[in-house]
Design a protein around this ligand. Structure first.
Ligand SMILES: Cc1nc(NNC(=O)[C@H](CC2CCCC2)CN(O)CO)c(F)c(N2CCN3CCOC[C@@H]3C2)n1
Ligand code: NI
Length: 187
């Protein structure tokens, strides 16, 4: 089971490497890894388990954060409306690829954090508001989906990890809260 000790922190060169595509058909090992990554997200969002296991909350995780330089991400984005238990997006994605994106940009009003970064880095992380994404799912089926707003932000943060990009690479050094016209701030 994945816990915080398995997550590498900034300074580890794997976080700055470009991860390799996984071979198809998916190996049992890669399928098992994806399952463990998703289990981590579920545990991290369960107050009792997160407390028990000392987990920081997570809505996404990328294999390089486990020192595994493979193009695998897991995302589990709960529904904003806590009454509705259905997550808005829950998937393990192999070889995810952004095919196209909106001109419109967006950022989280709260900024971003990262399980591999043990410090607050304030500022807006400007990303694409909408993306069209292809990936291979855990059953080995090629998927093509469109995401927007919060779900699109989460997936872009994870895909950045596959390319050695950290969220703070996007923050404007002069003025971390500088915003060009038309950037959607997602609260
Ligand atoms: C936005 C948010 N980021 C949390 N952490 N950071 C992460 O997930 C990093 C990835 C996210 C940072 C910004 C975009 C992607 C992990 N990253 O480093 C992987 O590369 C949260 F934990 C969180 N939520 C809201 C939903 N809540 C449901 C109940 O359980 C607690 C949970 C907390 N929202
Ligand atoms: Ni991260």
């Amino acid at each position: 089971m994945i816990t915080m000790k398995d997550i590498i922190r900034e300074g580890n060169p794997t976080l700055r490497a470009v991860a390799k595509e996984v071979a198809l058909p998916l190996s049992d090992e890669d399928i098992k890894l994806g399952e463990e990554m998703m289990e981590f997200l579920h545990n991290s969002q369960d107050p009792v388990k997160a407390e028990e296991l000392g987990l920081r909350g997570g809505v996404g995780l990328a294999a390089p954060q486990l020192d595994i330089s493979k193009r695998i991400i897991a995302v589990h984005v709960p529904n904003g409306d806590l009454e509705n238990p259905e997550p808005t997006l829950s998937a393990v994605m192999y070889n995810p690829k952004i095919l196209s994106h909106s001109v419109q940009d967006a950022c989280l009003g709260e900024g971003e954090g990262c399980l591999s970064v043990d410090r607050e880095v304030p500022g807006y992380v400007v990303r694409h508001n909408k993306i069209t994404l292809s990936y291979v799912d855990a059953s080995g089926v090629k998927q093509k989906i469109r995401l927007k707003n919060y779900e699109a932000i989460v997936v872009q943060h994870e895909i950045d990890h596959l390319n050695g990009v950290m969220f703070y690479d996007h923050i404007n050094q002069e003025n971390p809260y500088a915003l060009k016209d038309g950037v959607l701030v997602i609260e």
